[in-house]
Design a protein around this ligand. Structure first.
Ligand SMILES: *[C@@H]1O[C@H](CO)[C@@H](O)[C@H](O)[C@H]1NC(C)=O
Ligand SMILES: *[C@@H]1O[C@H](CO)[C@@H](O)[C@H](O)[C@H]1NC(C)=O
Ligand SMILES: *[C@@H]1O[C@H](CO)[C@@H](O)[C@H](O)[C@H]1NC(C)=O
Ligand SMILES: *[C@@H]1O[C@H](CO)[C@@H](O)[C@H](O)[C@H]1NC(C)=O
Ligand SMILES: *[C@@H]1O[C@H](CO)[C@@H](O)[C@H](O)[C@H]1NC(C)=O
Ligand SMILES: *[C@@H]1O[C@H](CO)[C@@H](O)[C@H](O)[C@H]1NC(C)=O
Ligand SMILES: *[C@@H]1O[C@H](CO)[C@@H](O)[C@H](O)[C@H]1NC(C)=O
Length: 490
């Protein structure tokens, strides 16, 4: 007997509501206009590996339709944006390529590898290769750079082939790490830690948040594992300890968003995003695997995983909910937040692989309860909605919709870890077949970038409200800097 998912949508479901929701800083419009009449859901037999891979393939194919980068006149590597040129900030494409690389890693389908390679190589911005192109400096947070750096790190770990002569993946990850470990990104405010933004002039420079430090911690842990160089591990540990000691991780393993420098980071914004949990858990799992130190890393790993599963996969359904913004009757989630679920699933899968005796069982269990929600949320053509706990495609295409597909793609790809018989290729290191050789000094900055830092007079591109338009000329190039109101919600 085959277990094929139920076909929903016998009754015509015409959703044509357009609601505008304003709450605090966030303004989100939800437009649900697609009739789901008889469309059914994506077909998946969860007892059949090939069927799961096919579902992932269908979603991957749909996801790439949002990427115009290879068309003439478009910038290679990015999704349409950043606002106001399109909905997506620069970082999200970095996250998308990471999702596609993981898709290859889990399913073996290399259809998108060439595109991912090209994207990473161009956006790394040679010769520095630190993902700091002046094109994106108006919204360059340490987290934005970090998401691209983590995609490059993943490419090294899965041995994504690269033509000889190009900077290699490890070098790119090291370049990101080195620029973030440099003195000019660190100060003693709040006792240490990275600021959210790279440049003084960007809104959010006075915010020291979890995600910026989580990305740096995550890269440090993975570089330590890959290279066996303890400098990275020391930075990782120091960064984790700072995040915890400043109170962004509390004693019950909740992970909060951040605090402001003028308040010595004590004005903690207690919103919990799955992306923060994702990037922290991944790094902690690597540190545990490397050290096998249960006290130092095993307890935090189980604590964080326990709390994360409980918080983001509320019972009885055990289906993921982005609780801070995904309300029952409306959405407050912005474009960024529409992509978060996938990062958590990818990180949990990695944690299950690196600490099987501690966390594999609860993670496999939650993947199994979660997946039906994802199936219900996707149409047969691979269009996926955002809400997974409503038993149908929610028609939510306004805020994204690439993030919705990224999350569903991650869900189907990582579901393969639940099957004992599927052997996922191990993540390599320098001593276990990793082709990336790297360069410990990568990322050293040419002088023009130093002057860019001093001269950038713009502001953080925020929630898409344009209040000023500044053009300044630096070294003969024009930089368009937008001023936004409010911070991105992450
Ligand atoms: C799928 O596999 C599970 C576990 O092996 C089994 O309990 C279930 O009956 C199977 N379902 C179908 C429809 O074959
Ligand atoms: C930066 O923008 C220029 C002009 O649009 C483009 O040619 C270049 O490829 C871009 N570089 C990156 C890294 O996006
Ligand atoms: C500011 O916060 C840091 C880290 O929590 C702490 O070590 C320091 O004592 C605080 N400074 C003041 C003036 O409260
Ligand atoms: C997480 O849950 C498991 C299973 O209930 C438990 O053994 C473990 O001690 C918990 N971890 C922490 C830090 O509470
Ligand atoms: C470390 O990770 C490997 C997979 O890469 C796994 O086989 C091993 O059991 C892990 N070690 C520990 C202590 O969990
Ligand atoms: C990586 O391994 C190669 C040998 O394959 C060795 O020459 C090199 O020094 C190693 N690099 C690091 C950073 O350990
Ligand atoms: C280890 O990493 C640090 C930090 O990037 C670097 O300065 C040092 O040269 C590296 N050591 C080796 C042996 O590669």
């Amino acid at each position: 007997m085959l277990f094929t998912t139920k076909i929903a949508g016998v009754a015509p479901l015409l959703l044509a509501a357009a609601s505008s929701v304003v709450s605090g800083q966030q303004t989100t419009t939800t437009t649900t206009s697609k009739a789901t009449t008889g469309q059914g859901t994506i077909e998946v037999n969860l007892n059949d590996t090939d069927s799961i891979k096919n579902a992932a393939k269908t979603v991957a194919k749909h996801l790439i339709s949002y990427y115009p980068g290879d068309e003439p006149g478009r910038t290679i590597g990015i999704l349409p944006g950043p606002p106001p040129d399109g909905p997506y900030y620069w970082w999200e494409a970095g996250a998308m390529w990471g999702t596609f690389i993981d898709y290859w890693h889990y399913t073996g389908d290399d259809t998108y590898n060439e595109m991912a390679k090209k994207a990473l190589v161009i956006q790394a911005d040679p010769p520095q290769n630190a993902f700091m192109s002046a094109n994106w400096s108006a919204s360059l947070g340490n987290d934005d750079q970090g998401f691209w750096g983590m995609a490059a790190m993943l490419a090294a770990e899965v041995n994504l082939p690269l033509a000889p002569g190009e900077a290699d993946w490890l070098e790119m990850a090291q370049a990101v790490f080195n620029t973030q470990a440099a003195n000019d990104r660190h100060d003693d405010e709040c006792g240490g830690g990275l600021r959210w933004q790279v440049f003084h002039s960007n809104t959010g420079y006075d915010y020291k948040n979890t995600i910026a430090n989580a990305c740096f911690f995550n890269l440090g842990a993975r570089l330590a594992r890959y290279t066996d160089n303890s400098t990275y591990a020391k930075w990782a540990e120091k960064t984790y300890n700072w995040v915890r000691d400043v109170g962004y991780i509390d004693k019950n393993w909740n992970i909060y968003d951040g605090g402001h420098v003028p308040h010595n980071c004590t004005d903690i914004n207690k919103v919990q995003w799955s992306a923060n949990a994702a990037i922290m858990i991944h790094g902690v799992a690597i540190m545990y695997n490397m050290t096998e130190d249960y006290q130092k890393w095993g307890i935090p790993l189980t604590g964080l995983v326990n709390r994360t599963l409980e918080f983001f996969f509320p019972s009885p359904q055990g289906i993921m909910v982005e609780r801070a913004c995904e309300l029952k009757d409306r959405l407050l989630c912005n474009v960024d937040q529409h992509s978060f679920k996938g990062y958590l699933l990818r990180s949990l899968a990695t944690a299950a692989i690196f600490a099987p005796s501690l966390v594999r069982d609860p993670i496999v269990k939650i993947f199994k309860s979660n997946i039906q929600g994802v199936i219900d949320a996707c149409l047969p053509d691979g269009t996926c909605g955002f809400r997974w706990n409503v038993g149908k495609y929610d028609g939510d295409v306004a805020n994204g919709p690439a993030g919705q597909d990224m999350s569903a793609l991650a869900a189907f790809s990582t579901y393969l870890i639940t099957e004992e018989k599927v052997v996922v290729k191990p993540l390599v290191t320098n001593s276990t077949g990793g082709a990336s050789k790297g360069n410990p000094n990568a990322g050293e900055r040419p002088t023009d970038l130093i002057s860019l830092r001093e001269m950038t007079g713009g502001d953080k591109a925020g929630a898409g409200v344009l209040t000023a338009f500044v053009v300044c000329s630096i070294l003969g190039t024009y930089f368009f800097l937008v001023t936004g109101v409010g911070e991105r919600g992450k």
